[in-house]
Design a protein around this ligand. Structure first.
Ligand code: NAP
Length: 515
């Protein structure tokens, strides 16, 4: 049995609230999360770790991340096994989470090495008057606060590692709170990080359960970085730290991501086939429990029937079952609550005018699992013939293997429908002609954090749209939370203050050199 504990002020602590944890494939109890430990001294311990971290250069902090990523990589096989058992991930899905986290850490180690001896970032300056000596420049300096990281259940390894990497590289101590339901994997990662001894004392603390006590005490130099539901995000926006003390808050929330096949793409073409591959992957990978999964599929009305039949053929080849079996592509959802939420969501979409074209919500027969056991759901494909009227299709993120086909008649109409999602993490656009691609991008760019554009020049060379790369930003406007994470060096700025400096150019540049 796994025993999930917190690591606070230098020791492992067992919280007072017992939260049972289950294997999503068998529903057998596999562990306990001991939630809500005493929080006295936790914030102070994190604050005390700050000066030591900030005194180090980006290069030195990057070296810590490099060592940590190597240590985690040494435990990769064990982590994958834990993920399969405790989160219901298939081996491929477990690797996506774990390798993604370790890879992001290694990427930020590389950025640290590139920035070298520096501890601040500088923007190009300019003379402020006719006298070139009176000069203005902007410098980014690390804020002397702490970071509270609140992670979602679907990427327990990646979420912990990507958030930790950026904060540590920026020089900010971290209190990392996993989602309780998948905390077994996050806990094992935390153990490895703590046992490695790579990070300075209390630069990383791990909190299982409620974070209210910390949230209330955060101040103007502190940071909250949240991934999860829009409703929890809304609560965080209303905390007194954020409202009254301007604690920085970054939110990654729900997202109705779109895949858009432009009218000129003919069935059978290379771009069409890439579209089909990506859509099937984005419906099924991690059993659809991905913030970047495709939820809405936009197809020109003239070919939607053909495409629907081919898509169904592709989905028929996807096997649901016990995640430890090699032939299985889709495992269970993480918890029973997520199964209930999935069914509620599918019902809402149907209630809003979408109709079932593949899968029966009541029927799922996973391979290698006793009948009726496990948190399995079927793959569901819906079609909204009048997507302008089906509001729920653009508003409800069904967090599982479910997507809705939407016909459109013109690029302008397709763009308008996509924007009804009110802001998403990612859209993927598949086209052949420059002009139509340009019109499509113009129509939806301000509503997205990221867009994957597949044309004949890059077809076969792209990665599928749900993959978050550390070099590009992850986040999106509106419903997606309005946040921004990753994006290479840009990510560091969330933890830094931009300060305009005006004065004697020679002095300012000399001072900046020493930073
Ligand atoms: P959630 O319930 O919002 O939980 C996310 C994190 O917030 C967890 O660590 C949770 O802790 C914590 N939390 C919950 N209430 C809190 C509060 N009042 N104050 C501080 N922290 C709080 O979301 P979820 O269960 O992970 O996922 C639910 C839905 O979120 C999904 O169905 C999906 O729609 C969406 N989601 C979006 C993304 C994205 O990146 N866009 C990712 C994952 C999920 P506990 O686990 O201890 O409650």
């Amino acid at each position: 049995m796994f025993e999930v504990q917190s690591h606070l002020t230098g020791t492992w602590v067992r919280g007072k609230r017992e939260h049972p944890l289950f294997d999503p494939s068998s529903e057998e109890r596999v562990g306990t999360a001991w939630c809500d430990p005493p929080l006295e001294g936790v914030l102070e311990a994190a604050r005390a770790a700050g000066p030591g971290l900030r005194a180090r250069s980006f290069g030195e902090r990057g070296a810590m991340l490099d060592a940590l990523s190597k240590t985690l990589r040494n435990h990769r096989e064990e982590l994958i096994d834990v993920s399969i058992r405790a989160t219901g991930s298939t081996r491929a899905d477990a690797k996506f989470d774990i390798d993604g986290g370790i890879g992001t850490m290694a990427y930020y180690a590389g950025i640290g090495s590139k920035l070298g001896n520096k501890r601040s970032l500088v923007e190009p300056g300019e003379a402020l008057t006719k006298d070139p000596r009176f000069y203005g420049m902007h410098l980014w300096v690390t804020r002397p606060g702490v970071a509270l990281h609140i992670n979602a259940f679907n990427f327990p390894a990646w979420n912990l590692a990507e958030k930790l990497s950026v904060a540590i590289l920026a020089g900010v101590p971290v209190i990392s709170k996993p989602a309780t339901s998948t905390s077994i994997l996050a806990h094992r990662m935390a153990q490895i990080i703590v046992e490695s001894g790579v990070l300075p004392q209390n630069a990383f603390q791990f909190l299982v359960g409620k974070a209210d006590g910390i949230l209330e005490a955060l101040g103007p130099q502190d940071h909250i970085v949240f991934t999860g539901s829009a409703s929890t995000g809304a609560k965080l926006r209303q905390t007194s730290a954020v409202v009254h003390r301007s604690t920085r808050l970054n939110i990654e929330a729900d997202s109705l991501n779109s895949a858009w096949l432009l009218p000129e793409v003919a069935p059978g073409s290379e771009v069409y086939q890439a579209f089909m591959r990506d859509v099937i992957k984005e419906i099924t990978q991690k059993a659809g429990q991905k913030c970047t999964a495709t939820r809405r599929i936009f197809i020109h009305r003239s070919i939607i029937d053909t495409l629907q039949s081919e898509l169904i053929e592709g989905l028929e080849g996807v096997r649901i079952g016990h995640p430890s079996l090699e032939e299985v592509h889709v495992g269970p959802l993480a918890t029973r609550d997520q199964v209930l939420e999935f069914h509620r969501g599918v019902e809402a979409l149907i209630g809003s005018g979408a109709r079932l074209v593949f899968g029966d919500p009541k029927k799922v027969h996973p391979i290698g699992v006793p009948e009726g056991k496990g948190y399995f759901v079927p793959i569901i494909l819906l079609r909204a013939d009048n997507p302008k009227q089906s509001d729920a299709v653009h508003q409800i993120e069904v967090f599982g293997p479910c997507a809705t086909l939407c016909p459109y008649d013109s690029i302008e109409e397709g763009g308008e429908l996509i924007c009804k999602g009110d802001g998403s993490l990612v859209a993927s656009i598949y086209g052949e002609e420059r002009e139509s691609l340009r019109r499509a991008l113009d129509a939806i760019a301000p509503f997205h954090g990221r867009m994957l554009v597949v044309n004949p020049k890059v077809v076969g060379k792209t990665i599928s749209p749900g993959t978050v790369l550390p070099s590009c930003i992850h986040g999106g406007p509106g419903r997606a939370g309005g946040g921004e994470e990753l994006g290479g060096e840009r990510a560091l700025r969330f933890y830094m203050q931009r300060v305009a400096l005006q004065g004697d150019r020679a002095f300012l540049e000399q001072w900046e050199e020493g930073q």
